[in-house]
Design a protein around this ligand. Structure first.
Ligand code: PBG
Length: 329
């Protein structure tokens, strides 16, 4: 019996050899930290299903943003928990709304930190849906796509006026990128970029986020506007449409159960692709780690590296601060 000629193990023998042939390098530059802002002062409310994450008042949010900037994380994305909700989502486009004020506070103190503002209505509607709900003659209710576009556009403009560098329409309405781009341009915000939640699936993995943002739908579900999980070709179509409509960055969400979609999107498009490593993915890993069933830091780095390997250019992740610390070593 001869010796095997091909020995892949040769290049795994030492840490330096492994470093030389490593194909994917996760970097702090890839990370975006999502934060939840609520009204008040000195507020730091634990989110039980997302250990280590909090609903923060603007002053506390600033501390967290400071930490992110300090760690070298280039960007944060903000979600709001308004004091009051109504059927029209008035809080979403209020020039003095909870997120608009937080954006001003952060940009004033940390002008170099990229501030991304999520653009959706679900945190601001009393029924919890991502758009305006209308009743059909037969008594059934549905989200009105085109009436919602106008509110999304107004919300985006108010966030841009507050100083957001990037707005991120996430309502999964058809034409939302076009509507937002047109409104931004008309209002003089040509320099504000759009990160489009292009392929956002109707996923069970958003459960903890809905606790965090107090935004579960009060009736029905989001399947009539978010994507059907079995579909991948349709995701490419959604991404293509958003690029045509003017998206600067496209997103696939969630991340882990959809890595094939990143891979296909990476092959098909040259624009930056963002991944949202969502609340349920975070909660799973945290729960297993808390039980001692996983090594948390190793699992976090492995997950984030996998998402990058699949084709994502940036990763929105609640693990961002922990990952940045681990990458620094
Ligand atoms: C708003 C929005 C959601 C998430 C991000 N933006 C919730 C939803 O669609 O129900 C989920 C993020 C996460 O789970 O971490 N539409």
């Amino acid at each position: 019996m001869g010796f095997p000629r091909q020995r892949p193990r040769r290049l795994r023998r030492t840490p330096a050899l492994r470093r030389m042939v490593r194909e994917t390098a996760l970097s702090v530059d890839d990370l975006v930290l999502p934060l939840f802002v609520r009204e008040g002062k000195g507020e730091r409310r634990r989110i039980p299903s997302m250990p280590g994450c909090f609903q923060l008042s603007a002053d506390e949010l600033l501390k967290e943003a400071d930490r992110a900037a300090e760690a070298g994380i280039p960007a944060i994305i903000l979600f709001g928990i308004p004091a009051a909700k109504d059927a029209q989502a008035s809080g979403a486009h209020d020039p003095d709304g909870v997120v608009q004020r937080a954006v001003r506070t952060v940009k004033e103190r940390l002008p170099d930190l990229v501030v991304i503002a999520d653009v959706c209505l679900c945190e601001y509607t009393d029924h919890g849906h991502c758009g305006l709900v209308v009743e059909r003659p037969d008594g059934t209710r549905e989200v009105d796509n085109d009436a919602t576009l106008e509110l999304l556009a107004r919300t985006a403009v108010s966030l841009a006026a507050a100083g957001a560098d990037v707005v991120a329409p996430s309502a999964m309405m058809d034409g939302q990128v076009e509507a937002v781009r047109t409104a931004l341009d008309e209002a003089g915000h040509q320099a504000v970029a759009i990160m489009a939640y292009s392929a956002k699936y109707a996923s069970a993995f958003y459960g903890p986020f809905r606790d965090a943002a107090e935004s579960p739908p009060q009736f029905g579900d989001r399947r009539a506007y978010q994507m059907d999980p079995p579909n991948a070709r349709e995701a490419l179509r959604e991404i293509e449409l958003d690029i045509e409509e003017g998206a600067d960055i496209v997103m696939v969400k969630p991340a882990l159960a959809y890595l094939d979609v990143f891979s296909r999107a990476r092959d098909a498009f040259d624009v930056p692709i963002a991944a949202y490593n969502v609340s349920g993915e975070y909660a799973m890993l945290k729960a297993a780690s808390a039980n001692g069933w996983l090594d948390e830091t190793q699992a976090v780095l492995e997950v984030l590296t996998s998402i990058k390997r699949a084709g994502a250019d940036m990763i929105l992740t609640y693990h961002a601060l922990e990952a940045a610390a681990a990458l620094r070593g």
